[in-house]
Design a protein around this ligand. Structure first.
Ligand SMILES: Nc1ncnc2c1ncn2[C@@H]1O[C@H](COP(=O)(O)OP(=O)(O)OP(=O)(O)O)[C@@H](O)[C@H]1O
Length: 224
């Protein structure tokens, strides 16, 4: 079984005439170390799918397994801890903590979890992402591309099995986007991490091993 498996996912928002079926029977399987892009038009259900895969919201029906663990069986607190230890999130708006410097932002999820910092691993991420000269900078003194590289470092700091990225290059110019995703791909290959990334950008999508297309809450085509 792949590291991530989704069986017949259905997510309905609202009720009665306001009902929206955002996911309509989505099934997929992703292998360890795979880099998958999710593309589709606005409102097709991409963010809903990513939020479900990351255990950020509950399904209407269906099952998600990460490392053979069924997310739906976990109580909220258990799910929070599971998420922190197994999933790294990267968002369009970076979501860095403004009062912490670059290094403090990167190690924050490790400290929140009360775990020991693996300095060698953190150093190697910092070097690959080209952040070693920026560790004491505050986020608002960095460019968008630099902030997103910090967000990537933070997402992989806990050595998560899976990285989920929702439009990570949405605020970046095209050259910076290709550079940032190239670095994300390089680090994930080095540490055998799995990436699922939503993007509107076809060129960025093509950097993945596989492209999944979503249309009206369904998978349209699974392969490049
Ligand atoms: N919290 C919510 N409550 C009600 N409807 C929602 C909610 N979140 C999403 N939807 C609806 O579900 C559908 C899928 O939305 P979703 O955000 O997953 O699409 P998307 O493909 O990520 O879109 P975009 O590319 O614009 O971000 C849309 O019709 C949207 O309006």
């Amino acid at each position: 079984m792949g590291i991530l498996k989704a069986d017949n996912l259905v997510k309905i928002y609202g009720q009665g005439e306001n009902e929206v079926k955002a996911l309509n029977n989505v099934s997929l399987e992703i292998e360890e170390g795979e880099f998958v892009s999710i593309v589709g038009s606005s409102g097709s259900g991409k963010s809903t799918l990513l939020n479900m895969l990351g255990g950020l919201d509950r399904l209407t029906s269906g099952d998600i397994y990460i490392n053979n663990k069924k997310l739906g069986d976990m109580k909220d607190e258990e799910l929070t801890i599971f998420r922190r230890r197994n999933i790294g999130f990267i968002f369009q708006n970076y979501n860095l903590v403004p009062i912490l410097n670059v290094y403090e932002n990167i190690v924050l999820p490790i400290e929140l979890d009360g775990m020991k910092i693996d300095e060698e691993y953190i150093d190697s991420i910092i070097n690959i992402l080209g952040l070693s000269q920026k560790l004491t900078n505050m986020p608002n003194n960095l460019s968008g591309g630099q902030q997103q590289r910090v967000a990537i470092a933070r997402a992989i700091a806990t050595k998560p099995a899976i990285i989920l990225a929702d439009e990570p290059t949405g605020n970046l110019d095209s050259k910076t986007s290709m550079d940032v995703i190239g670095l994300l791909k390089m680090t994930s290959q080095k540490f055998n991490q799995t990436i699922v990334m939503i993007t509107h950008n076809e060129e960025i999508a093509q950097l993945a091993d596989r492209i999944i297309r979503i249309e009206d809450g369904k998978i349209a085509r699974g392969d490049k």
